[in-house]
Design a protein around this ligand. Structure first.
Ligand SMILES: O=C(O)CCC(=O)C(=O)O
Ligand SMILES: [Fe+2]
Length: 317
């Protein structure tokens, strides 16, 4: 299989070499050697970091698609929310049917199947602990978050589950045949509605809205099948298993669903993916504009807690 876009010893997912980013000496950046991502050493996010280090982190993430910083045990939720703001305005779901649980009053979300034991969080508004299929975040919205940040607080051994996977969607696009590239150029897809998405994952506020208004499946949102990244200007095959219902502009609805299915199957090919087995206080950041992610569930009697934040947003093009 073509490995032209996989990361090499000095090459990031976008094709840019780490050396060409002219990073400050303090930062040590190692591409994972897999299909995307880089590991960053020498940066403690809790420190008062100089601007060139923060700028370096932003540059690495834009070119690596995903970035791992280990051992961030001094990162408080408050500091995570400040770090998140380096990447743009914090992003929150806000339609009223899709509330997510927060860490107390700090604007950082909590993902963890046990969170409802610990306070005033409605049980159904927290993570179910189940498998999540490949997606890019919040594709039920027209304006979607650029970046997601997870800080692992409690983890389960990778052997019992809870591993997270990411996929390189530039590579997925590049490996399409020319005929398919020509077919999908300029096409758009319709995602699952926010109400259906929130209802599907069991959020209380969505249940109330569905019992009042019924379940509306059609969404006004349309996204490009081929998304261009604003920094690297590379093309990504931007479809997801969780959200992409049908492609429009190719025959009837059944044809649109068939094409969506074919593209999703391709985007989910194992060779595009990289997986991470979590340790406590790993921080992983990813770029929703060019990678998909998914994760394995974990046993109900074990605890896994993530602090999650998102920043920056744009209308995909
Ligand atoms: O729990 C995880 O590892 C990832 C969950 C997820 O899809 C997300 O945080 O956007
Ligand atoms: Fe996600």
């Amino acid at each position: 299989m073509s490995a032209t876009l996989a990361t090499g010893s000095d090459t990031l997912m976008s094709g840019v070499r780490v050396a060409d980013l002219a990073l400050p000496d303090q930062m040590e950046v190692t591409p994972t050697g897999g299909s995307l991502g880089a590991i960053v050493h020498g940066v403690d996010l809790a420190d008062d970091l100089p601007g060139e280090v923060i700028g370096g982190l932003l540059a690495v993430l834009d070119h690596a698609g995903m970035m791992i910083l280990r051992g961030q045990d001094r990162l408080t939720p408050q500091r995570q929310s400040e770090v998140t703001e380096w990447f743009g305005r914090p992003f929150f779901r806000d339609t009223g049917v899709d509330n997510m649980a927060m860490v107390g009053r700090t604007p950082v979300q909590i993902l963890g199947s046990q969170a409802h034991d610990e306070g005033d969080v409605p049980a159904a508004d927290v993570d179910s602990g189940g498998d999540l299929v490949p997606h890019s975040d919040v594709q039920d919205y027209q304006v979607t978050p650029n970046y997601t940040i997870l800080h692992a607080i409690e983890v389960v051994p990778g052997s019992v589950g809870g591993n997270t996977y990411w996929a390189n969607l530039y590579q997925a696009y590049d490996e399409l045949d020319d005929e398919t590239k020509a077919l999908i150029e300029g096409l758009r897809w319709m995602p699952a509605s926010t109400q259906a998405t929130a209802y599907g994952v069991g959020m209380q506020s969505a249940k109330a809205s569905v019992s009042r208004d019924g379940l509306s499946l059609e969404s006004p949102v349309r996204h490009p099948v081929v998304r261009t990244h604003p920094v690297t200007r590379r093309k990504a095959l931007w479809v997801s298993t969780a959200f992409t219902v049908r492609v429009e502009g190719v025959g009837d609805e059944a044809d649109g669903k068939r094409l969506a299915k074919r593209l999703k199957t391709h985007a989910n090919s194992e060779r595009f993916s990289y997986h991470h087995a979590w340790s406590p206080h790993d921080v992983v950041m990813w770029d929703n504009r060019c990678v998909n992610h998914w994760r394995e569930g974990w046993p109900a009697d074990t605890r896994r807690t993530m602090h999650r934040s998102q920043a920056g947003s744009a209308r995909p093009f």
